[in-house]
Design a protein around this ligand. Sequence first.
Ligand code: Z5A
Length: 212
Amino acid sequence: MTARTFPPPAFITFEGGEGAGKSTQLSRLQPRLAAAGVPALFTKEPGGTPAGEQIRAALLDPALEIDPLAEFLLYSASRAQLVRTVLQPALARGEVVVCDRYADSTLAYQGYGRGLPLPFLRSVTAEATGGLTPTLSVLLDIDPAAGLGRVAQRGQKDRLERADLAFHRRLRAGFLELAAADPERWLVLDATRPADELEADIWARVSALLAQ
Ligand code: Z5A
Protein backbone atom coordinates (compact mmCIF):
# COMPACT_ATOMS: atom_id res chain seq x y z
CA MET A 1 0.00 0.00 0.00
CA THR A 2 1.34 3.43 -0.90
CA ALA A 3 1.76 5.70 2.09
CA ARG A 4 -0.51 8.73 2.04
CA THR A 5 1.57 11.87 1.47
CA PHE A 6 0.16 14.93 3.15
CA PRO A 7 0.88 18.41 1.86
CA PRO A 8 3.69 20.31 3.55
CA PRO A 9 2.57 22.33 6.57
CA ALA A 10 1.07 25.66 5.66
CA PHE A 11 0.18 28.61 7.85
CA ILE A 12 -2.90 30.49 6.66
CA THR A 13 -4.25 33.67 8.27
CA PHE A 14 -7.51 35.58 7.79
CA GLU A 15 -7.44 39.35 8.20
CA GLY A 16 -9.78 42.29 7.78
CA GLY A 17 -11.84 44.84 9.66
CA GLU A 18 -14.81 44.14 11.89
CA GLY A 19 -17.68 42.30 10.23
CA ALA A 20 -15.62 41.42 7.16
CA GLY A 21 -16.80 37.80 7.30
CA LYS A 22 -13.68 36.03 8.63
CA SER A 23 -15.59 33.74 11.00
CA THR A 24 -18.06 32.91 8.23
CA GLN A 25 -15.31 31.90 5.82
CA LEU A 26 -13.29 30.03 8.46
CA SER A 27 -16.34 27.92 9.27
CA ARG A 28 -16.63 27.08 5.55
CA LEU A 29 -12.94 26.28 5.07
CA GLN A 30 -12.83 23.85 8.00
CA PRO A 31 -15.16 21.18 6.48
CA ARG A 32 -13.49 21.54 3.08
CA LEU A 33 -10.06 20.74 4.56
CA ALA A 34 -11.56 17.88 6.56
CA ALA A 35 -13.25 16.44 3.46
CA ALA A 36 -9.93 16.66 1.61
CA GLY A 37 -8.30 14.65 4.41
CA VAL A 38 -5.97 17.49 5.37
CA PRO A 39 -5.10 17.59 9.09
CA ALA A 40 -5.73 21.17 10.15
CA LEU A 41 -5.73 23.22 13.30
CA PHE A 42 -8.01 26.26 13.53
CA THR A 43 -7.31 28.94 16.11
CA LYS A 44 -7.66 32.66 16.66
CA GLU A 45 -6.02 35.81 18.01
CA PRO A 46 -6.09 37.19 20.54
CA GLY A 47 -6.65 33.95 22.43
CA GLY A 48 -6.26 30.34 21.38
CA THR A 49 -4.58 29.30 24.66
CA PRO A 50 -5.83 29.44 28.28
CA ALA A 51 -3.54 32.41 29.04
CA GLY A 52 -4.41 34.03 25.72
CA GLU A 53 -8.15 33.78 26.43
CA GLN A 54 -7.66 35.70 29.68
CA ILE A 55 -5.66 38.35 27.83
CA ARG A 56 -8.42 38.47 25.18
CA ALA A 57 -11.07 39.11 27.84
CA ALA A 58 -9.10 42.12 29.12
CA LEU A 59 -8.36 43.46 25.62
CA LEU A 60 -11.98 43.40 24.48
CA ASP A 61 -13.54 44.54 27.80
CA PRO A 62 -15.42 47.79 27.04
CA ALA A 63 -15.05 48.85 30.68
CA LEU A 64 -11.22 48.94 30.54
CA GLU A 65 -9.18 51.88 29.29
CA ILE A 66 -5.88 50.42 28.01
CA ASP A 67 -2.95 52.54 26.89
CA PRO A 68 -1.96 51.83 23.23
CA LEU A 69 1.51 50.57 24.19
CA ALA A 70 0.07 48.30 26.89
CA GLU A 71 -2.56 47.10 24.40
CA PHE A 72 0.14 46.23 21.86
CA LEU A 73 2.18 44.33 24.44
CA LEU A 74 -0.89 42.35 25.52
CA TYR A 75 -1.58 41.29 21.92
CA SER A 76 2.09 40.35 21.63
CA ALA A 77 1.99 38.33 24.86
CA SER A 78 -1.04 36.39 23.66
CA ARG A 79 0.73 35.78 20.31
CA ALA A 80 4.01 34.63 21.90
CA GLN A 81 2.09 32.06 23.96
CA LEU A 82 0.06 30.88 20.95
CA VAL A 83 3.07 30.55 18.64
CA ARG A 84 5.13 28.56 21.12
CA THR A 85 2.49 26.30 22.60
CA VAL A 86 0.06 25.78 19.70
CA LEU A 87 1.19 26.96 16.26
CA GLN A 88 4.76 25.68 16.16
CA PRO A 89 3.85 22.25 17.59
CA ALA A 90 0.98 21.85 15.09
CA LEU A 91 3.20 22.82 12.14
CA ALA A 92 5.86 20.43 13.42
CA ARG A 93 3.22 17.65 13.40
CA GLY A 94 2.64 18.44 9.73
CA GLU A 95 -0.75 20.10 10.19
CA VAL A 96 -2.11 23.03 8.26
CA VAL A 97 -2.64 25.91 10.70
CA VAL A 98 -5.42 28.43 10.08
CA CYS A 99 -5.56 31.50 12.31
CA ASP A 100 -8.32 34.12 12.61
CA ARG A 101 -6.08 37.25 12.74
CA TYR A 102 -2.32 37.31 13.39
CA ALA A 103 0.55 39.79 13.35
CA ASP A 104 -0.83 41.81 10.43
CA SER A 105 -3.74 42.81 12.67
CA THR A 106 -1.21 44.37 15.01
CA LEU A 107 0.35 46.40 12.21
CA ALA A 108 -3.09 47.50 10.99
CA TYR A 109 -4.80 48.22 14.34
CA GLN A 110 -1.96 49.29 16.63
CA GLY A 111 0.22 50.74 13.83
CA TYR A 112 -1.99 52.34 11.18
CA GLY A 113 -4.95 52.66 13.56
CA ARG A 114 -3.43 53.77 16.88
CA GLY A 115 -0.30 55.33 15.40
CA LEU A 116 2.43 53.29 17.13
CA PRO A 117 5.61 53.24 15.00
CA LEU A 118 5.66 50.33 12.54
CA PRO A 119 9.41 49.54 12.92
CA PHE A 120 8.93 49.15 16.69
CA LEU A 121 5.86 46.93 16.18
CA ARG A 122 7.70 44.81 13.63
CA SER A 123 10.71 44.38 15.90
CA VAL A 124 8.73 43.20 18.96
CA THR A 125 6.47 41.08 16.72
CA ALA A 126 9.50 39.31 15.25
CA GLU A 127 10.46 38.29 18.80
CA ALA A 128 6.91 37.28 19.76
CA THR A 129 6.45 35.13 16.65
CA GLY A 130 9.99 33.76 16.50
CA GLY A 131 9.84 34.81 12.85
CA LEU A 132 6.83 32.61 12.04
CA THR A 133 5.22 34.25 8.98
CA PRO A 134 2.05 33.12 7.18
CA THR A 135 2.31 31.21 3.92
CA LEU A 136 -1.00 32.73 2.79
CA SER A 137 -3.00 35.64 4.21
CA VAL A 138 -6.58 36.20 3.10
CA LEU A 139 -7.69 39.82 3.38
CA LEU A 140 -11.46 40.25 3.44
CA ASP A 141 -11.69 43.91 2.55
CA ILE A 142 -14.79 45.91 3.40
CA ASP A 143 -15.71 49.54 3.92
CA PRO A 144 -15.75 49.98 7.72
CA ALA A 145 -19.23 51.52 7.70
CA ALA A 146 -20.55 48.36 6.04
CA GLY A 147 -18.56 45.99 8.26
CA LEU A 148 -19.56 47.75 11.48
CA GLY A 149 -23.14 47.81 10.22
CA ARG A 150 -23.04 44.02 9.89
CA VAL A 151 -21.92 43.54 13.51
CA ALA A 152 -24.13 46.30 14.97
CA GLN A 153 -26.90 43.79 15.69
CA ARG A 154 -24.67 41.89 18.12
CA GLY A 155 -25.55 44.18 21.06
CA GLN A 156 -22.83 45.59 23.30
CA LYS A 157 -19.76 46.80 21.40
CA ASP A 158 -16.26 45.75 22.47
CA ARG A 159 -13.43 48.27 22.98
CA LEU A 160 -12.32 48.30 19.35
CA GLU A 161 -15.77 48.37 17.82
CA ARG A 162 -16.37 51.58 19.79
CA ALA A 163 -13.38 53.33 18.15
CA ASP A 164 -14.35 56.04 15.65
CA LEU A 165 -14.83 55.48 11.94
CA ALA A 166 -11.57 57.30 11.08
CA PHE A 167 -9.66 54.68 13.11
CA HIS A 168 -11.32 51.87 11.14
CA ARG A 169 -10.61 53.65 7.85
CA ARG A 170 -6.92 53.97 8.74
CA LEU A 171 -6.58 50.30 9.56
CA ARG A 172 -8.39 49.29 6.36
CA ALA A 173 -5.91 51.39 4.36
CA GLY A 174 -3.13 49.76 6.38
CA PHE A 175 -4.24 46.24 5.51
CA LEU A 176 -4.43 47.18 1.82
CA GLU A 177 -0.92 48.69 1.99
CA LEU A 178 0.49 45.57 3.68
CA ALA A 179 -1.13 43.35 1.05
CA ALA A 180 0.13 45.48 -1.84
CA ALA A 181 3.67 45.23 -0.46
CA ASP A 182 3.61 41.40 -0.52
CA PRO A 183 1.20 40.25 -3.26
CA GLU A 184 2.62 36.70 -3.30
CA ARG A 185 1.45 36.10 0.26
CA TRP A 186 -1.89 37.94 0.16
CA LEU A 187 -5.22 37.09 -1.42
CA VAL A 188 -7.34 40.27 -1.31
CA LEU A 189 -11.09 39.78 -1.72
CA ASP A 190 -14.00 42.20 -1.85
CA ALA A 191 -15.87 41.08 1.27
CA THR A 192 -19.19 42.53 0.05
CA ARG A 193 -19.44 39.73 -2.52
CA PRO A 194 -21.72 36.75 -1.73
CA ALA A 195 -20.27 34.38 0.87
CA ASP A 196 -20.51 31.41 -1.55
CA GLU A 197 -18.32 33.18 -4.12
CA LEU A 198 -15.74 34.15 -1.50
CA GLU A 199 -15.68 30.58 -0.21
CA ALA A 200 -14.99 29.27 -3.73
CA ASP A 201 -12.15 31.79 -4.32
CA ILE A 202 -10.55 30.98 -0.98
CA TRP A 203 -10.76 27.25 -1.57
CA ALA A 204 -9.24 27.63 -5.05
CA ARG A 205 -6.23 29.41 -3.55
CA VAL A 206 -5.88 27.11 -0.53
CA SER A 207 -6.13 23.92 -2.58
CA ALA A 208 -3.57 25.28 -5.04
CA LEU A 209 -1.24 26.03 -2.13
CA LEU A 210 -1.66 22.54 -0.70
CA ALA A 211 -1.07 20.95 -4.10
CA GLN A 212 2.31 22.66 -4.46
N1 Z5A B 1 -6.88 43.04 17.29
C1 Z5A B 1 -5.93 44.05 17.37
O1 Z5A B 1 -6.27 45.22 17.57
N2 Z5A B 1 -4.62 43.72 17.24
C2 Z5A B 1 -4.20 42.45 17.04
O2 Z5A B 1 -2.99 42.20 16.95
C3 Z5A B 1 -5.19 41.41 16.95
C4 Z5A B 1 -6.53 41.75 17.07
C5 Z5A B 1 -4.78 39.99 16.73
C6 Z5A B 1 -10.70 40.82 17.90
O3 Z5A B 1 -12.06 40.84 17.88
C7 Z5A B 1 -10.28 42.28 17.96
O4 Z5A B 1 -8.90 42.35 18.25
C8 Z5A B 1 -10.48 42.94 16.63
C9 Z5A B 1 -9.09 43.41 16.21
C10 Z5A B 1 -8.30 43.37 17.45
N3 Z5A B 1 -11.25 44.11 16.73
N4 Z5A B 1 -12.32 44.27 17.24
N5 Z5A B 1 -13.31 44.50 17.75
P1 Z5A B 1 -12.96 39.62 17.51
O5 Z5A B 1 -12.16 38.39 17.31
O6 Z5A B 1 -14.03 39.58 18.54
O7 Z5A B 1 -13.66 40.15 16.21
P2 Z5A B 1 -13.22 40.26 14.73
O8 Z5A B 1 -11.98 39.50 14.46
O9 Z5A B 1 -13.22 41.68 14.34
O10 Z5A B 1 -14.39 39.49 14.00
P3 Z5A B 1 -15.89 39.90 13.84
O11 Z5A B 1 -16.19 41.32 14.16
O12 Z5A B 1 -16.67 38.89 14.59
O13 Z5A B 1 -16.16 39.76 12.31
P4 Z5A B 1 -15.88 38.61 11.25
O14 Z5A B 1 -15.54 37.32 11.89
O15 Z5A B 1 -14.94 39.14 10.25
O16 Z5A B 1 -17.29 38.48 10.54
P5 Z5A B 1 -18.46 37.36 10.65
O17 Z5A B 1 -18.82 37.13 12.10
O18 Z5A B 1 -18.13 36.19 9.81
O19 Z5A B 1 -19.62 38.12 9.89
C11 Z5A B 1 -20.20 39.28 10.43
C12 Z5A B 1 -21.66 39.37 9.93
O20 Z5A B 1 -21.66 39.54 8.52
C13 Z5A B 1 -22.49 38.11 10.22
O21 Z5A B 1 -23.82 38.51 10.47
C14 Z5A B 1 -22.43 37.34 8.89
O22 Z5A B 1 -23.54 36.52 8.69
C15 Z5A B 1 -22.39 38.48 7.89
N6 Z5A B 1 -21.63 38.12 6.66
C16 Z5A B 1 -20.49 37.40 6.58
N7 Z5A B 1 -20.08 37.29 5.29
C17 Z5A B 1 -21.00 37.97 4.55
C18 Z5A B 1 -21.13 38.24 3.14
N8 Z5A B 1 -20.23 37.79 2.25
N9 Z5A B 1 -22.18 38.97 2.73
C19 Z5A B 1 -23.09 39.43 3.64
N10 Z5A B 1 -23.03 39.22 4.97
C20 Z5A B 1 -22.00 38.51 5.41
